[in-house]
Design a protein around this ligand. Structure first.
Ligand SMILES: NC(=O)c1ccc[n+]([C@@H]2O[C@H](COP(=O)([O-])OP(=O)(O)OC[C@H]3O[C@@H](n4cnc5c(N)ncnc54)[C@H](OP(=O)(O)O)[C@@H]3O)[C@@H](O)[C@H]2O)c1
Length: 253
């Protein structure tokens, strides 16, 4: 486990200059904040997600804050088939040639309830969206990541719920354990190839819609904003993390 104090890393303004980075769930929450920050640090950001209106809102904000450095990639991780991933990979290849970073951020919470009562349909939906689809997307984009001239960086998103046994976190906790295992296995396979690095970030309690759904009685003003944890994503996407592979970074102590 790698721990840093909040905001201990300050990224140079041109950290990601000339890079192309795809992020899922870019229309809201942490994904939106990270997408804007990536663009502000020089990258062209590919905004992937299922809600076009939200993605367009992020796109407009990127344009206002960072200039013309974004493209929208419609992608519903729950329903995407192999052919959709191939199509996305082909579009990125035609427009950009290679990919320098991938942030697997999108996820769903499911229901917080006892496992004894957890519905099988919801179980499959959460495991598929949060774990299987992350594998399918990453596998499909791997040839473009391997072609990066910068040494590409892949980030998965984990959670405290995936680190220890916690009651009533259901399929979400299991999906995050799966993502951690996926990250570690893939990182080990890449270790000696030296082409790219694969790590995970645990954002910690962050003021978003998912957090509000998980803790409806909590006062959100007591939580840090998504903008305050973007440093961890910048760190793993830029050259300052070259050589870091197979690690989980906790964005909050
Ligand atoms: N917030 C926290 O305290 C916290 C703590 C630990 C870990 N995390 C993790 O951090 C990541 C971001 O969470 P967040 O708090 O920002 O949650 P959020 O506000 O709910 O955002 C999740 C994003 O994922 C997208 N998404 C959901 N299902 C999708 C699908 N089938 N296809 C494509 N996109 C989909 C959502 O799109 P829609 O707008 O269409 O729903 C949304 O943009 C997640 O992996 C979460 O598990 C969050």
């Amino acid at each position: 486990m790698t721990k840093f104090p909040i905001s201990s890393y300050t990224a140079p303004s041109d950290l990601l200059s000339g890079r192309v980075i795809l992020i899922t769930g870019a229309g809201s929450g942490i994904g939106r904040a990270v997408a804007i920050s990536i663009a502000q640090h020089g990258a062209t950001v590919l905004l992937a997600g299922r809600n076009i209106n939200s993605l367009e809102s992020t796109y407009d904000k990127v344009l206002r804050k960072a200039g013309p450095r974004a493209a929208i990639c419609p992608l519903d991780l729950e329903y995407a088939k192999d052919s959709d991933y191939v199509e996305l990979k082909n579009q990125v290849e035609v427009q950009f040639g290679a990919l320098d970073g991938l942030v697997n951020n999108a996820a769903i919470l499911g229901d917080r309830m006892p496992l004894n009562q957890y519905k099988s349909e919801l179980w499959e939906k959460v495991i598929h969206t949060n774990a299987t689809a992350q594998f399918l997307l990453t596998r499909s984009l791997m040839p473009l990541l391997e072609q990066s001239s910068h040494g590409a960086s892949v980030i998965f998103t984990t959670s405290g719920a995936g680190q220890a046994g916690r009651a009533f976190w259901g399929a979400y906790a299991v999906s995050k354990c799966a993502v951690e295992a996926l990250m570690r296995g893939w990182a080990a396979e890449q270790e000696n190839l030296g082409k790219l690095r694969i790590n995970a970030i645990n954002p910690g309690p962050t003021r978003t819609a998912m957090r509000s759904k998980a803790y409806p009685a909590e006062n959100p003003t007591n939580l840090i904003s998504a903008d305050q944890i973007t440093w961890a994503y910048l760190y793993l996407l830029g050259d300052d993390s070259l050589g870091i592979n197979g690690k989980t970074i906790h964005a909050q102590l």
